[in-house]
Design a binder for this molecule. Sequence first.
Ligand code: ATP
Length: 325
Amino acid sequence: MKSKILSVLREADGYISGQQLCEELGVSRTAVWKVIEKLKSEGYEIEAVRNRGYRLVESPDVMSKAEIESLIETTWAGNTIQYFPEVDSTNNYAKRVGDETGGHGTLIVSDKQTAGKGRRGRVWESPAGSSIYMSLLLKPDIRPDQASMLTLVMAQSVAKAMREMANVDAKIKWPNDIVLNGKKVCGMLTEMTMEMDYIQSVVIGVGINVNTKHFPKELSHATSLYLETGNIVKRSELIAETMRQFEYYYGKFVEEGDLSGIQEEYNSLLVNRDRDVKVLEPSNEYQGHALGINEMGELIVKKEDGEFVRIYAGEVSVRGIYGYV
Ligand code: ATP
């Protein structure tokens, strides 16, 4: 009921009478009043004026199931939200949900991770109160070799959502980091569960530094939306916008069976495009000139000897010649 009241207050664009709220929700005035008081205690500024009703003046940067649900406008992406103040890793949780009854589009969100993961066993710093840690569970009807493309679909969605909500020049560092002014603001980790030779589920984990004010000194290449803009961004709104973008671009991916529908836009956001890069493979390292992605999401690099190579987004990292990008 909390998320419904929040949605109605937001849509009202002004005052909405207590009576109208009761009718829309089919509950008593006392029940409405109690929820309004609860919302106020959580930090929402709600004005109550006799004979006019209630008005939502300001909502703080709260992350809660009710807040996210009241903002989500999608058909399936994020249609079920599971929210936790703290979890080991949202990816681990989403995989457990996927093994049980969790359906396509379930979104796991947490305010803090105690064991946040990056690629290749690395750690994702996940303090409370300022960032987004979320994992989207998908049950896609695709081949295992198509799964890595989903990471690129998510990268594009996050970059677009950041541009929309925070008015920043968010770029993608292939395949799956989002950078602002050359620093990392978001990382992703896609994990897949196989059953024989078909995909049982794919989990796309996203960590976004939203209102983070300080980073430990070993993360000198990290930044947050707040540090780049000086503005607080409401995390629940950014989550809802990311789901909206993801649903749109995922639709294009399913339509084509590859990334041909989003390739051009992805390349226009690619920070590595037309730049010299260092390719770090698990047991090999070389330099080249990055040209952009093909429809499979592979990065095309022209090596120093003139040979063109296609890099598959598995265990590879791409860096700038002199630094992170
Ligand atoms: P890269 O090209 O940077 O190696 P990657 O995709 O291999 O990217 P990830 O798995 O996305 O790396 O993230 C893990 C790395 O990100 C860590 O090794 C650390 O350097 C960095 N990192 C950890 N926590 C954060 C954070 N909150 N914000 C930014 N960077 C972080």
